[in-house]
Design a protein around this ligand. Sequence first.
Ligand code: XIL
Length: 314
Amino acid sequence: GTSLDAKIKAKGRDYFGTCTDKNTLSDPAYEAIVIAEYGQVTPENSMKWESTENVRGNFTMSDADFLVAWAQQHGKLIRGHTLVWHSQLPAWVSAITDPVELTSVIESHISNVAGRYTGKIHHWDVVNEVFNDDGTWRTSVFYNLLGPKFVDIAFRAAKKADPTAKLFINDYNLDYAGPKVNAMVALVQRLIADGVPIDGIGSQAHLILNNGAIPSMHQPLATLASTGLKVALTELDIRLPLPADATKLMNQRDNFNLATAACIRVPNCVGVTTWGVSDKNSWVPGVFAGEGAALIWDEKFAKKPAYDGAEAAL
Ligand code: XIL
């Protein structure tokens, strides 16, 4: 085949993927691209805590069920995303003050959400964004009440709920050497030493056009892989100052080529996931004012030069 997914598989990797959900898949033009080009889907929002247990003990799984059924129907792998994260977290969780109670809340959440899809999930992002950019722990109800051991609790619960899924820790700004990559490596080494079930490290790779780290981003990825775990680019996009023009799009092509090549250069890198398909649906313009056009199809579902850049790395 000639799809990005077929090409990355021919390089011995597991998938080329995208985030998606029921809302974006409802557009037939979008759905057709996911079917044709991608081998893996990550629920963009439907498996997050606010989506799955916004009210304590009341599990609302219909959108996540839709994504899982869609993936199975179309033969796509699934990266479950995400079980424990400080963001898109209901206020009732953040209001907990008793560490024993929080532990049982985490365990119940993971047992219900991950346990619902046992055997159907390729990777789980068990914990997301636990570090600040300086390598210190991010403040959250999880860290504040339980310290670093909330990570152990979450991974052990995920293993119990779904013994076959590969369990990942995921974060952003792992694209350049520095304290955040060092903190991630140290944590993973500690988890391995303590017998905590962990299989992989996800590097989100939300990049900025022409960022100086892009040409060497295989190096921090190799540092993460030196733990012996799998690594993956889990949320790749490359945003630019709007409006796009021909020069920016050519630079973006070269940037997508380097980012995709970074995975291929690291033997333990199992796949690349872009955070969306089309610039029409990307999260970027809503969060980064004046920036956008971060993906490899444009708003009218035409392939951008960025598509060719990614393809040329495969
Ligand atoms: C984003 C989604 O794309 C948006 O639709 C949502 O409003 C906010 O979250 N890091 C992550 C993803 O791990 O879950 C985030 O997804 C983007 C940043």
